[in-house]
Design a binder for this molecule. Structure first.
Ligand code: CIR
Length: 264
């Protein structure tokens, strides 16, 4: 079964890190309502939600994706590029350690999970203000024994690689070609977002369903036309904190709980 690790919205979200956006007021109640609906959608799709205790002192702590990269074989605890986010790690380590062996990115490496796009056995890592080549080298060594190929990716115009590209299947990506070149992903089919929706490339794949932000119906339509089962999710309030859909969960497989038969 799938587990989704999530965390509620910090009351201090108004002091979040911002790189490409101007600061604007975030309505905490709206953000929390949308986040709860996001969790409910994941639950309806069969995920078991592991909702972590709030971290009120860490404004960006709802964006759990940045703190770890969870693979089938192990989880890599990142060293976030923003200093303000490094204290988010201990609680994520505690949450993941029952499920996976842990490895760590160490200084001088910096890595945000939002820069790490896993598609099948390919791991594409965006080089950004949050992620550097030292971290890519460390990640390459960490996963070397498990058959993954790790690629460095250049992109522009947004905070994380996964704002520019996410996987809708193991061999198909949704990309904004203004921010990342399709040629960056050899062997993958790339579906471009609708040009009027530059922020639409961040979608979450849950089993056979692809969740897309409700603000981007044209891109949702493109995915549906390409044969994907799509579902819109409202995520406009956390978008003001530069967060998108993938950022709010760590999704991974765990063995199904053993079912105890009542019959002798
Ligand atoms: C930050 O700048 O770290 C947060 N305000 C937004 C992080 C969004 N995370 C993601 O795209 N993976």
């Amino acid at each position: 079964m799938l587990v989704a690790v999530t965390r509620g919205v910090s009351p201090d979200i108004g002091h979040c890190e911002l790189t490409h956006l101007e600061r604007e007021p975030i309505d905490i109640d709206v953000a929390r309502t949308q986040h709860t609906l996001y969790e409910r959608v994941l639950e309806d799709l069969g995920c078991r939600i592991e909702h972590l205790a709030d971290e009120p002192d860490f404004p960006d702590s709802v964006f759990v994706e940045d703190i770890a990269v969870v693979l089938g074989e192990l989880a890599v605890i990142t060293r976030p590029g923003a200093l303000s986010r490094r204290g988010e790690r201990p609680s994520i380590e505690r949450a993941l350690s029952p499920h996976r062996r842990l490895a760590h990115i160490r200084a001088p490496g910096i890595l945000d999970g939002g820069d790490v796009l896993v598609a099948g056995r390919s791991i594409h890592v965006g080089l950004s203000t949050r992620s550097n080549v030292e971290a890519v080298e460390q990640l390459r060594r960490i996963v070397a024994d498990h058959g993954y190929e790790v690629f460095e990716v250049g992109f522009r115009g947004c905070l994380h690689l996964k704002s520019a590209a996410t996987a809708v299947s193991n061999d198909t990506l949704l990309i904004n070609p203004e921010w990342v070149d399709a040629g960056t992903f050899p062997g993958k089919t790339c579906i471009p977002v609708d040009p009027s929706e530059p922020n639409a490339a961040n979608v979450v794949r849950v089993g056979d369903t692809v969740l897309f932000a409700a603000a981007f119906p044209r891109t949702g339509g493109r995915l549906a036309a390409a044969g994907f089962d799509v579902q819109p999710v409202e995520a406009s309030e956390l978008a003001k904190a530069e967060g998108a859909l993938t950022c709010c969960s760590l999704l991974f497989d765990v063995p199904n709980p053993i079912e105890h038969s009542t019959q002798e």
